[in-house]
Design a protein around this ligand. Structure first.
Ligand code: ADP
Ligand code: MG
Length: 143
């Protein structure tokens, strides 16, 4: 599925709707260049899950947990990961298989450990279509 947005609010509200429908165990991967809107998307998803704490990029930690919503929300940012062992150290599988909703920013960097059935989200700009244009591609790899 491909959707196009033309403002951060639109991206956020699209993600919010996904969050409202998300079920425990859902894993979203989120890829896209710097400044495409991954954090905007994460905020919307969290909102849809009912998370009340402010959500920011987990810059200094690999994973940030938010437990105030309907389902636990585990927000990964693996940008700084250099080797897969670092994910082991974080105990990533407890999160992936722990009954919450996971969102993994820059997931492509740890693609080998992403479970089958994850929902792959990619955000792209298109300079020809304006500064605020984003194309969001959702690929549900099913079970
Ligand atoms: P990332 O986490 O991918 O580095 P951010 O979410 O932090 O990116 O920032 C995205 C920036 O792009 C924000 O400043 C946001 O306001 C802006 N923006 C403009 N148009 C859009 C859009 N359609 N969707 C999402 N963000 C947008
Ligand atoms: Mg970000």
């Amino acid at each position: 599925m491909v959707i196009e947005t033309r403002s951060p609010e639109e991206t956020r509200s699209f993600a919010r709707k996904l969050g409202e429908k998300a079920v425990p165990g859902t894993i979203y991967t989120l890829d896209g260049d710097l400044g495409t809107g991954k954090t905007v998307f994460a905020k919307g998803l969290a909102e849809g899950l009912g998370v009340t704490e402010p959500v920011s990029s987990p810059t200094f930690t690999i994973v940030q947990e938010y437990l105030s919503g309907r389902i636990p929300f585990y927000h990964f940012d693996v940008y700084r990961i250099e080797e897969p062992e670092e994910m082991e150290e974080v105990g990533y599988d407890d999160y992936f298989y722990g009954g919450g909703v996971c969102l993994i920013e820059w997931a492509d960097m740890v693609r080998d450990i992403i479970p089958k059935g994850a929902i792959h989200v990619t955000i792209e700009k298109d300079p020809d279509k304006g500064f605020d244009y984003r194309r969001i591609t959702i690929e549900d790899t099913g079970n």
